[in-house]
Design a protein around this ligand. Structure first.
Ligand SMILES: NC(=O)c1ccc[n+]([C@@H]2O[C@H](COP(=O)([O-])OP(=O)(O)OC[C@H]3O[C@@H](n4cnc5c(N)ncnc54)[C@H](OP(=O)(O)O)[C@@H]3O)[C@@H](O)[C@H]2O)c1
Length: 247
């Protein structure tokens, strides 16, 4: 039986914390008592603004920049966060690139960039943080996938493939670290409003969702917190898509 608050005095690293979903995740983790590193890419302002707000309210938060297209960025990010907040106990890999392109348009560089941000960076961050989690006997890793991993989606084949890769990564890692108190899961949202990731106009996209509306970043954060709280939930990809998959 899980007892107590598993987030209190833990250190969380949230990538994509300048974006809609990452911001909601960072808010909720801080509210639960975690110290949170809010990692951003090109847009420092929203991450810095939220970190300042969370600190003003008595939380422990820090905004850190890292361009996850670079292979060295994951190690640099962890090396910057840990001396300031402590060892990373919770990795929430939410950063993602969602550039919409057709099969014909995608160059080798486009494909590699998509995979570097959406798949390689989560892998490298997990590689950096998992050994410490195992040694301390507690850890949480959550990858932010997409319904596109199941359906192909409408962003592009590189996006769908990158997100499906996260599922394989989840399954590879989860079984190997389950005995060390570390859970590894993925959450697969679809069509979440107030993000920079919507592949079209909200009115047109709404009609694709069986529940008849777009999802909210807070709804993603609600589910993520429930998944992270539960030590018996591991090796899962959980969809949050208003009924889009399966249909
Ligand atoms: N919104 C949806 O409908 C939806 C649906 C399915 C899955 N998702 C997934 O949810 C996750 C969060 O996205 P979101 O919906 O919150 O969209 P968003 O508002 O556009 O946020 C995307 C985040 O990814 C970061 N990012 C992009 N390229 C980066 C890079 N090179 N280095 C570091 N960070 C980078 C962005 O940082 P900067 O802006 O600072 O560069 C931003 O914080 C993504 O993985 C996305 O694929 C979203």
């Amino acid at each position: 039986m899980a007892t107590g608050n598993p987030f209190r005095n833990r250190v969380a690293l949230v990538t994509g914390a300048s974006g809609g979903i990452g911001q909601a995740l960072a808010r909720r983790l801080t509210a639960e008592g975690a110290s949170v590193a809010l990692a951003y890419g090109a847009n420092a302002k929203p991450a810095q603004r939220l970190a300042d707000e969370l600190v003003t309210k008595g939380g422990h938060a820090l905004a850190v920049g890292a361009d996850l297209r670079r292979a060295d960025a994951a190690a640099e990010l962890v090396a910057e966060v840990e001396p300031q907040l402590g060892s990373v106990d919770i990795l929430l890999a939410a950063a993602g690139l969602g550039r919409q392109q057709t099969l014909e348009e995608i160059s080798v560089e486009d494909f590699d960039e998509m995979l570097a941000i959406n798949l390689r960076a989560p892998f490298l961050l997990a590689q950096q943080t998992l050994p410490g989690m195992q040694a301390r006997g507690f850890g949480r890793i959550m990858f932010v996938s997409s319904v596109a991993a199941f359906t192909g989606g409408i962003v592009g084949p590189h996006y769908a493939a990158s997100k499906a890769g996260l599922h394989g990564l989840t399954h590879f890692l989860a079984g190997r670290v389950a005995g060390d108190g570390v859970t590894v899961n993925a959450i697969a949202p679809a069509l979440i409003t107030d993000t920079g990731m919507l592949p079209g106009e909200p009115d047109e996209l709404r009609s694709r969702v069986p529940v008849g509306r777009l999802g909210q970043p807070d709804e993603v954060a609600d589910l993520a917190i429930a998944m992270l709280r539960n030590p018996y939930l591991t090796n899962q990809v959980v969809s949050l898509d208003g009924g889009m998959h399966p249909r």
